[in-house]
Design a protein around this ligand. Structure first.
Ligand code: SF4
Ligand code: SF4
Length: 403
């Protein structure tokens, strides 16, 4: 697809990058049948190809209409289209650029701006989120069902090990996960401790930057990344083997640090090294002797939910299945390929109707073999699935924690 850049973008790095990315699309349409929003709306503008055309129009006209905003907002950023594209289209990167430019060109209503700002402020600050969650959990029993099911029940993290091993790795604690399901990181620490690895959290590290960046607030997102690099650097210099993410949504952002900070001379090299050190928790466990954990696998059938970020951003579609099969769990059959569950960061709040329909489809598929529980790898998906699932939805590391 050829793009004639508007003079406003012609001499900019983002303009040239977007032009190069767009040129990969050959209009074939193979991606349409893999796109959850196209399957839901049956509107070309809610397909990957349609959105690429909308971004091309933005790049050529120098402006974005309300229609462009509507259809780019409806994209889940699931990147299913990216792994389906025979032409190697890097849709996620193009969408981020398109959204960033759109925020500058198309004004939003006060209500929309306020809601997006509130989400960015609350979700990227674990302390604030924890306070909001505790308040919600206190009044939870009084709320109507449709609100109650959105607030997770309070969870106890259990005992933490004393970190004393020679081998050490850094843990990205995340924002929502730290507040809503503290047992996930605690379980990760206990499991790695039994394998002789200390999992350390740098106190100054915080949000990975995904919330800000994917909502078009690129400068704030990049600041989050720089803060994390500064917090981790002393540990990296002291020999931390890896930076471990236990939420695939955060992990998908971490592996992009090098690319996103490439133009910042003060951080480019450090960001590249940080991105190289990033590992999903599952990748770490796959290299270890799971037999040493003496796991209790008698939990009934486990349905595996592989988040989009693990499938299409981290490109590890079989990781969870391989890991849980190797650990000895009875895996529920799933005959259908899973599309996005509708969680998608802040999507379940900003596009709740489509999100609920995708949730129902995903749960229908996940529970077709009547599992005892569902295991996933991303906090957003876990909370979204749990809001309507009739069985417990856990992070898979909690299964490995039971011996
Ligand atoms: S599959 Fe790839 S090349 Fe074909 S229309 Fe979709 S994005 Fe473009
Ligand atoms: S990222 Fe997902 S929702 Fe967006 S265009 Fe691609 S497949 Fe469709």
């Amino acid at each position: 697809m050829h793009v004639e850049l508007h003079p406003r973008f012609a001499n900019t790095t983002v303009g040239q990058t977007a032009k190069a990315l767009t040129s990969a699309c050959v209009h074939c349409g193979f991606c349409l049948s893999t796109c959850p929003t196209y399957l839901d709306k049956r509107d070309e503008r809610d397909s990957p190809r349609g959105r690429i055309y909308l971004i091309k129009h933005l790049l050529e006209s120098g402006g974005a209409s309300a229609q462009t905003q509507l259809h780019l907002d409806r994209c889940l950023t699931c990147r299913n289209c990216e792994t389906a594209c025979p032409s190697g289209m890097q849709y996620g990167e193009l969408l981020d650029i398109g959204r960033g430019l759109m925020e500058q060109q198309a004004p939003r209503s006060v209500v929309s701006r306020s809601l997006r700002w509130l989400l960015r402020v609350v979700l990227s600050r674990p302390q604030l989120l924890t306070t909001a969650l505790v308040l919600g959990q206190t009044v939870r029993p009084l709320l109507p069902t449709r609100f109650r099911r959105k607030i997770p029940e309070r969870q106890q993290p259990g005992l933490l090990p004393i970190e004393q091993h020679t081998r050490s790795m850094l843990l990205l604690e995340g924002c929502v996960q730290r507040a809503a399901t503290p047992n996930t990181n605690a379980a990760a620490r206990r499991v790695l401790n039994r394998l002789g690895i200390s999992l350390i959290a740098a106190p100054q590290a915080g949000c990975c930057g995904a919330v800000n960046y994917h909502l078009g607030a690129h400068a704030d997102g990049l600041d989050n990344m720089r803060r994390n690099i500064d917090a981790w650097w002393p540990y990296i210099e002291r020999g931390a083997e890896a930076i471990v993410s236990s939420a695939t949504g955060c992990g998908a952002m971490l592996v992009d640090y090098g690319r996103l900070l490439a133009a910042d001379p003060a951080y480019a090299e450090k960001a590249r090294q940080v991105a190289e050190l990033c590992r999903d928790l599952g990748e770490i466990l796959l290299q270890e002797d799971l037999g040493a954990l003496a796991i209790n696998t008698q939990v009934g059938k486990v349905a595996i939910h592989t988040p989009c970020t693990l499938q299409h951003a981290l490109r590890q579609p079989q990781l969870l299945t391989t890991l849980l099969e190797r650990a000895g769990f009875d895996i529920a059959r799933n005959t259908q390929k899973l599309l996005c569950c509708g969680s998608a960061g802040t999507y379940s709040v900003l596009q709740s109707a489509i999100s609920e329909r995708l949730l129902a489809t995903t749960l229908c598929s996940l529970t077709s073999d009547q599992p005892a529980l569902i295991a996933t790898a991303n906090i957003g998906c876990q909370l979204h699935l749990q809001s309507a699932a009739g069985v417990p939805v856990v992070h898979w590391i909690e299964l490995l924690d039971k011996s």
